[in-house]
Write a protein that binds this ligand. Sequence first.
Ligand code: GLN
Length: 240
Amino acid sequence: MDLKIYHMYPDLLNLYGDLGNVTCLAQRCQWRNINVEVVGFSMNHEVPLADGDLFFIGGGSDRGQNIVYSHLLKYTREMGDLIEDGAPVLAICGGYQLLGEKYIDAEGNDVPGLGIFDYQTRSEEGRLIGNIIIKNTLGLSPETMVGFENHGGRTYHDHQVLGKVVVGHGNNGKDHKEGMVYQNCIGTYLHGPLLPKNPHLADHLILKAMERKYGLNKLPCLEDGPEYNAHEKVLKLYSP
Ligand code: GLN
């Protein structure tokens, strides 16, 4: 069995070690004898995305977001169809904003989004920075997910969220919502190497890819001692 992971714009959208998420996905597949091909998709690529099984979009600067938008725009339909068809996508921070209608930066300029989803993001005073703990809505165990956030943009929407904020800011620092879930597409402000310390989320994405491609409904378990130690440590340090 094999999976193709599209790492979208690794050269432009890779803040705080977002790349670690792709390494984690690939490694967890390999430990289960699933062959993985990671394709770095960027400005010089003009290939169909439809043969991808799992998609990762990291966060980036406003400039990076703008450049990516100009290239990715022509793939909007394809991306939307893949999401509708249940392809798993993890989009972080700037990547999450990019899937919406637009991001209005600190100077009031529009950074257009693909408009696959109807939400908008606007920069407000002060950045939302720090460690974050949420309780996930996906029914995954453990219920908590831990991470780090750093964004000026505030996103408001009524879609399903990835989680309820326990510590930190989430989508906008006001409504205790974090991220967005539609089909198997997940947008989130949890940055950096999010998946290594949340292996349940990593496996959720892999399982959705395996379900869609091979009809599998279960993955072999892995020993996740160090991963959950890291998770527990964050909980211990930052829980209220
Ligand atoms: N435009 C984003 C912001 O809200 C980018 C942040 C990011 O991806 N870390 O600040």
